[in-house]
Design a protein. Structure first.
Length: 123
């Protein structure tokens, strides 16, 4: 299992490098905006921010590792998106909405990782 997962990660990272300009940051932003409806406890806010920033660092690291040119700008764009949304996350957000957004982000990025390189050309 571990060997297979490791191999998938390497292939996935390469695929993400090719697919990264297809990332739909506006959809992610909308999801965050829709999720911000109820107040969060301080502990929950800290947990949200930790998760979001961890995901951002991981994504940006993958982007920087796999991409020669244009993707660094996307990494910066994603980081600034997270910074902008962080204030909103800090202000108000339900625990259920937070979990839903986390799931949505995970699903979106795993789709990017699994998409074959030729997929971008066909679309």
């Amino acid at each position: 299992r571990e060997e297979r997962a490791g191999g998938h990660q390497s292939a996935g990272s390469r695929a993400l490098g090719r697919q990264v300009d297809g990332m739909d940051l506006r959809s992610l932003q909308k999801a965050l905006e829709l999720g911000c409806t109820e107040p969060l406890s301080a502990a929950d806010r800290r947990e949200v921010l930790r998760e979001v920033l961890r995901a951002t660092r991981a994504i940006c690291a993958t982007v920087d590792d796999t991409s020669p040119s244009g993707t660094q700008g996307l990494a910066e764009e994603f980081t600034s998106l997270v910074e902008r949304e962080r204030a909103m996350l800090d202000a108000r957000m339900s625990f259920g909405a937070m979990r839903g957004i986390r799931t949505q982000l995970a699903r979106r990025f795993s789709q990017l990782l699994q998409a074959p390189p030729s997929h971008r050309d066909s679309s």
